[in-house]
Design a protein around this ligand. Structure first.
Ligand code: P6P
Length: 344
């Protein structure tokens, strides 16, 4: 059987798609692939290397950091710093932006936003976790890049993707010309093209949401959940409920099988839980490029104003028809509340 195309071969081959490409973005993507392989090695043996469990520190979110969170973050910082193509890294694990512009990368053009190990609270129970990354070109044209170069709208992304450390390790990414998936072949230590031109099914029969918060959900979300649970043969309902607690795992399943993932506002997270810059925007870019849809229940995620590094947003993402249906319930609930308010 012919050896599948490696990530490096694919990146170089696709470089011709970009008129301004001088290889910087290609090198940056390869740097991310290298860091992912190193993180994969530790994730796969976390239990053996005392890399499980909490590190005893907390991140900007006030969430306890896992040892692997910190390790993964360090690997991506090291790889991006040595690669020299990235001037600023914005990470879930760092309160402030990380300036990478050393003498090697003084003219670096790219900004990388990353969640180095999403779902890391699942590491101790051996559930899939992942890395999410987003790449922008810096907007400033002189001096050092600044936070303003990071706080760009999602539609400005030049590339985005995720790595899922699961039963196999996959890297899935887009540069705005479709989505391609690569599976790590441990025998050669390379990501190999396994899922060319990925497309998310336009609809599906799986909904993914933490129903434990049901009482705190907006009425539109409650109505959509009930819609999913009603018996209706023509639309293959009731749907199945699947919720891993690791966004990457839930979204990768939707990419392959179709489905909708919802993390709405709740009483505990009135602005939503998931972060716009390094979780929702990159995953929205990938899902949209695969033919799916990603909104906050009404507005396109990638057109939301970005005002702060760790900004959160509610997210409805996945198969286009399912997201549109959920948005219908959200709009109906708002109309009802407004009419009741007017009547009241
Ligand atoms: P909850 C993991 O901590 C994460 O950021 C996402 O990967 C996941 O979808 C979500 O939070 C789970 O949150 O509140 O359902 O435990």
């Amino acid at each position: 059987m012919a050896q599948a195309k490696t990530l490096g071969q694919f990146i170089i081959e696709k470089q011709a798609d970009f008129p301004y490409a001088k290889g910087e973005l290609s090198r940056l993507l390869r740097d991310i692939g290298i860091a992912a392989k190193i993180v994969n090695r530790e994730v796969n043996k976390a239990g053996l290397m005392d890399m499980q469990g909490e590190a005893g520190s907390t991140n900007i979110q006030g969430e306890s950091q896992q040892k692997l969170d910190i390790y993964a973050n360090e690997q991506f910082i090291t790889a991006l710093k040595s690669g020299g193509e990235c001037c600023i890294l914005a990470s879930e694990e760092n309160e402030e932006i990380v300036m990478l512009d050393t003498d090697v990368s003084l003219d670096a053009k790219y900004i990388v936003a990353i969640d180095p190990l999403d779902g890391s609270s699942n590491i101790d129970v051996n559930v899939s976790v992942g890395t999410i990354f987003s790449i922008y070109r810096r907007q400033s044209t002189s001096g050092r890049a600044t936070l303003a170069d990071v706080l760009q709208m999602g539609v400005n992304q030049v590339a985005a993707g995720y790595v899922i450390y699961g039963t196999s390790t996959m890297l899935v990414y887009t540069t705005g010309k479709g989505v391609n998936g690569f599976t790590l072949d441990p025998s050669i230590g390379e990501f190999c093209l396994s899922h060319p031109n990925m497309k998310i099914p336009k609809t599906g029969i799986i909904y993914s949401i933490n129903e434990g918060y049901y009482v705190h959900f907006p009425q539109g979300v409650k109505s959509y959940i009930k819609y999913c649970q009603v018996e209706d043969e023509a639309t293959h309902r009731p749907y199945s409920s699947r919720y891993v607690g690791s966004m990457i795992a839930d979204l990768h399943r939707s990419m392959i099988k179709g489905g909708i993932f919802i993390y709405p506002v709740t009483a505990a997270t009135p602005g939503g839980k998931l972060r716009l810059v390094y979780e929702c925007n990159p995953m929205s870019f990938v899902i949209e490029q695969a033919g799916g849809r990603a909104t906050d229940g009404k507005n396109r995620i990638m057109e939301l104003d970005v005002n702060s590094l760790h900004q959160r947003t509610p997210i409805f993402i996945g198969s286009e028809q399912m997201v549109l249906k959920a948005e219908e319930f959200m709009a109906e609930a708002v109309e009802e509340e407004m009419s009741m308010g007017l009547a009241g």
